[in-house]
Design a binder for this molecule. Structure first.
Ligand SMILES: Cc1cc2nc3c(=O)[nH]c(=O)nc-3n(C[C@H](O)[C@H](O)[C@H](O)COP(=O)(O)OP(=O)(O)OC[C@H]3O[C@@H](n4cnc5c(N)ncnc54)[C@H](O)[C@@H]3O)c2cc1C
Length: 362
């Protein structure tokens, strides 16, 4: 199989990157050691907004905002090209107290984002809460498993080769370039290589990870099923969110756990999330409990992804480390990576997303 660009990892970041390369006219090959979009990109909630954005470093918000500005057209185009609806919905988000009022209001005013301080029952009448809330009517969600399916369908229609169940086990370099990838199915070669391996990006790079620092951060979720439209808005309270899907499914999450690559859900998290969600919406107790799962987010220093060319290997790139916001950042990050590849000016500065500087010792 020959390709101009070989992408390692078929999560949302790899698929979005493949789509952007394909639109730019390149032959793309994507390898995944499992099935398309079954890791963090499946496990996530699909809220398209950093939770408590005022607590994040500016580059996180700037990339999220840039990516969100693309989302409407991007998902419409995917739906039109492939026929699978990623279900982009304007749900709005009720952010219950506590929050740092000063930081929140100055962030909101600076952005000119629509937000009101409300009695939360004005928005969700059956919400059990004594506190006031911030109401963000312009927050969107996407149904992330549908989005990966939509991307996969479009990529295949475009002739992008996606090969599943191929484990990339090593990078072979010569004269400051990657010349092939070692995999469970022999060697794969291409003109350039992009690592989009999510939480596994660092281990895929091996010694070539240099001072890149990507770690797995486990997040657990619960899924309920109730009647459609019983809840329309996303609710957030002290680290727990509740997300309603169009068809009556309701997700609640999530935990933030530093437990290495352990993806097993736990009974403690199940109990805790169940209580937190049902304390806010008691009717959830009577809905059907469908499933619990865990996913591994690609954690990075300050939650800032790295979207750059490798400092020593001229045909190797990474697009990784999106931590809690890879669904939000997927279209924007893909465009930035392709701009970096083409050495073109990007819509936002690439500087905050460069490979970490200190190369001492390498
Ligand atoms: C519980 C939870 C809730 C979340 N909620 C949200 C949210 O509401 N909004 C939001 O924006 N983001 C959310 N996220 C974060 C978001 O899901 C991630 O940032 C995003 O999915 C990362 O995408 P990725 O493509 O980098 O990684 P992944 O989706 O993990 O994809 C990496 C791929 O690389 C493959 N791979 C790994 N090693 C190899 C190898 N050696 N060879 C070949 N392939 C390999 C894997 O099989 C996998 O398919 C959430 C995450 C979790 C876990």
């Amino acid at each position: 199989m020959s390709a101009d660009v070989l992408i390692v990892g078929a999560g949302l970041i790899g698929l979005a990157t493949g789509y952007e390369f394909s639109r730019a006219g390149y032959q793309v090959l994507i390898l995944d050691r499992g099935l398309v979009g079954q890791e963090s990109s499946w496990a996530g909630g699909g809220i398209l907004f950093p939770l408590m954005p005022w607590d994040y470093a500016e580059p996180v918000n700037i990339l999220a905002e840039y990516s969100l500005s693309l989302y409407h057209n991007w998902t419409e185009q995917l739906f039109a090209e492939g026929g699978v609806d990623p279900e982009l919905i304007q749900s709005g988000l009720v952010h219950l107290f506590p929050y740092d009022m000063h930081s929140a209001l100055s962030w909101i005013n600076q952005r000119g984002m629509r937000c009101e301080i409300v009695n939360p029952q004005e928005i969700v009448s059956d919400l059990l809460s004594e506190t006031e809330a911030l109401w963000f009517p312009d927050v969107y969600q996407v149904r992330n498993p549908r989005l990966t399916q939509s991307l996969k369908t479009v990529l295949e229609k475009r002739g992008v080769q996606i090969v599943e169940r191929v484990d990339v086990t090593g990078l072979i370099a010569r004269n400051s370039r990657i010349i092939a990838l070692e995999t469970s199915s022999g060697q794969y070669k291409a003109g350039s290589y992009v690592i989009t391996g999510g939480a596994w990006s660092q281990s895929i790079l091996g010694a070539y990870a240099l001072n890149l620092s990507i770690r797995p951060v486990r997040g657990q979720m619960l899924l309920f099923k109730d009647r459609p439209s019983r809840l329309k808005q996303i609710i957030y309270h002290q680290g727990t969110y509740i997300i309603p899907r169009k068809d009556g499914h309701v997700l609640t999450g999530s935990t933030l756990e530093e437990v290495g690559f352990d993806k097993n859900p736990t009974s403690d998290a199940r109990e805790n999330l169940f209580h937190r969600a049902t304390d806010l919406l008691p009717w959830l107790r009577d809905s059907e409990f469908v499933q619990q799962w865990a996913g591994l987010r690609p954690g990075s220093p300050q939650s800032i992804p790295v979207i750059d060319r490798h400092p020593l290997l001229s045909n190797l790139y990474v697009n990784t480390g999106h931590f809690r916001y890879g669904v939000t950042m997927a279209p924007g990050s893909a465009k930035l990576l392709v701009s970096r590849f083409l050495d073109q000016e990007a819509a936002i500065s690439l500087k905050p997303y460069v490979w970490p500087h200190q190369l001492d010792g390498f």
